[in-house]
Design a protein around this ligand. Structure first.
Ligand code: GLN
Length: 535
């Protein structure tokens, strides 16, 4: 079976199209179908690797080392779709490929045009994912807003696919806004116009998801159905839910999934949604509460650490525990007058996430030292693990200027540095270690206790490594290297001796956590925070 569902957005951006697409994916999986997800980003960047987290939010990494838009993170949290490089398409990739083909003479002297050459390239890439014989339904989300100049070729490709494969094999869902003006009156006009704009491009949406603060009345839905040529059953009220993880249930209760399956002429199957129901219960009615401090550098934009916030929530879900998260800009801790005891009062766990560049590093080191000396659970992710090694070398080994050569090139103790071998094991050029690699956990460690297996596989995105020349000294002073690469050469995790719970990992476990299967390290970090809170 090969079915395509296109998800577009109208009226304005940031309506939660990604959550809508992911939730539809979750519902289809709940009904036993195999789902794939594709994100189209109409920008000219080839991928998100070079984009600033301040501007664009987190860079999400796939197993095969693609640096993608954070919407793929949502797909990974809501579905079990196998996300790879091919699941993220940008205008930059499309034009690059077409121009390279043109230079190689593949178009045999013809004029190369947006239609058909660009649109064919787009269609080919969508179908490359959708044609996998194991996949039943492929959901394609088109970034941006219909009406933007950039998305026109993508919408044209969708129109062609719907035309070529027929309305039973390719359907369209439009996500729009239904605002209320002062006095509370609800306005359908923006949605009417947004649907019209899509129709002008030759796409008649089969369903529309209306984003609004409150549930919309049936009268209003009927009115929109009448104006937009969309069956009433396909007019869905996508009102604000207390948690994004409720959105699959919200759609389910309005029978969006059975409607879409009917449109695609697919016989419906039993829906198994109990796991989503327990997730929502755990989030909205937690039994306990802990307070976690996240000490990082991109604190102003929530999206820069998107997967970290979500994975922490999942860790809470595993214990039916609500989280109060204190976001601390690490540069705040650098002020000699900063009162760490006051800042970390009532904090039950400290997490230092990933990051690049020098700003705020000393503040992270102070946070790690505070956690170590006050026996507070500590979770260091990527940069957060390197910080652990730097702090330990300075405080315990007495190497006062110990540092990473990323931040101090002339340190006499480069405990974290660039390695020769690293360039050899990088699959995708450049100097970054990107994508999934195996690691071996050491028996008796926290990390082994979490995973409960020796060999693990996690995603990486970093350049620097713990320096092997200094590792023996550091280990001799009891910093526990609790995971390494299978050949033992690179440090993948470390832990402090005699501490309530500490794990630093060179990889990014947050990318693989799901609300329905919280990552074991996040689960155990929150577990340790609960133990600390009870003391
Ligand atoms: N800047 C560090 C490195 O490149 C850590 C990267 C990260 O935290 N993702 O190794």
């Amino acid at each position: 079976m090969r079915k395509l569902i296109f998800v577009t957005g109208g009226v304005c951006s940031s309506l939660g199209k990604g959550i809508a697409a992911s939730s539809i994916g979750a519902l289809m999986e709940a009904r036993g179908f195999t789902v794939q997800m594709v994100k189209i980003d109409p920008y000219l960047n080839v991928d998100a690797g070079t984009m600033s987290p301040y501007q664009h939010g987190e860079v999400y990494v796939t197993d095969d080392g693609a640096e993608t838009d954070l919407d793929l993170g949502n797909y990974g949290r809501f579905t079990t779709a196998k996300l790879r490089r091919a699941n993220s398409i940008t205008t930059g990739q499309i034009y690059k490929a077409v121009i390279e083909k043109e230079r190689a003479g593949e178009y045999l002297g013809r004029t190369v045009q947006v239609v058909p050459h660009i649109t064919n390239e787009i269609k080919q890439r969508i179908l490359a994912v959708a044609n996998d014989p194991e996949v039943d339904i492929t959901i394609v989300e088109i970034g941006g807003t219909v009406g933007d100049i950039e998305s026109v070729p993508f919408l044209e490709a969708c129109r062609q696919l719907i035309h070529e494969y027929g309305k039973q094999n390719a359907i369209s869902i439009h996500v729009t806004l239904v605002p209320s003006v002062s006095g509370g009156e609800i306005k359908t006009k923006p949605t009417q116009h947004a649907v019209k704009e899509l129709q002008e491009l030759g796409i008649q949406p089969d369903a529309v998801i209306l984003r609004s603060a409150k549930p919309l009345s049936d009268d209003l839905r009927r009115k929109i159905s009448l104006f937009t040529n969309i069956e009433e059953e396909g007019v869905i009220s996508g009102y604000d839910a207390p948690t994004i993880y409720e959105v699959p249930l919200l759609f389910f209760h309005q029978k969006l999934d059975t409607f879409l399956l009917r449109k695609m002429n697919v016989e419906s199957r039993h829906a198994e949604l109990s796991q989503w129901e327990s997730v929502v219960q755990a989030v909205i009615k937690p039994n306990r509460k802990v307070k976690i401090a996240v000490v990082g550098k991109y604190m102003d934009l929530h999206d820069s650490y998107k997967s970290i916030w979500e994975a922490l929530t999942h860790g809470g879900i595993a214990h039916h525990t609500g989280l109060e998260i204190e976001k601390i800009d690490s540069s705040r801790l650098e002020d000699p007058k900063a009162d760490l005891a006051a800042i970390f009062k009532d904090i039950h766990g400290i997490l230092v996430p990933g990051g690049f560049g020098e700003r705020g590093i000393e503040g992270m080191i102070r946070a790690a030292q505070y956690a170590r000396e006050h026996n507070i659970p500590y979770f260091g992710i990527c940069l957060g693990m390197q910080i652990m090694v730097i702090e330990y070398s300075r405080s315990v080994l007495g190497w006062r200027d110990a540092h990473s050569t990323e931040f101090n090139k002339s340190t006499t103790h480069p405990v974290v540095c660039l390695l020769e071998e690293q360039t050899k094991i990088t699959n995708y050029g450049g100097t970054m270690r990107l994508g999934a690699y195996d690691a071996i956990t050491v028996a008796g460690s926290n990390i082994r206790a979490s995973y409960n297996v020796e060999q693990i596989r996690e995603r990486h995105r970093h350049r620097y490594e713990v320096n092997n020349d200094l590792r023996a000294d550091i280990e001799a002073h009891k910093l526990f290297v609790s995971a390494t690469t299978p050949n033992g050469e690179l440090v993948e995790a470390c832990e402090w001796p005699a501490h309530i719970w500490s794990v630093g990992v060179q990889f990014h476990p947050e990318f693989k956590s799901r609300p329905t299967s919280p990552h074991p390290l996040f689960k155990d970090f929150i577990g340790a925070a609960l133990r600390h809170a009870e003391k």
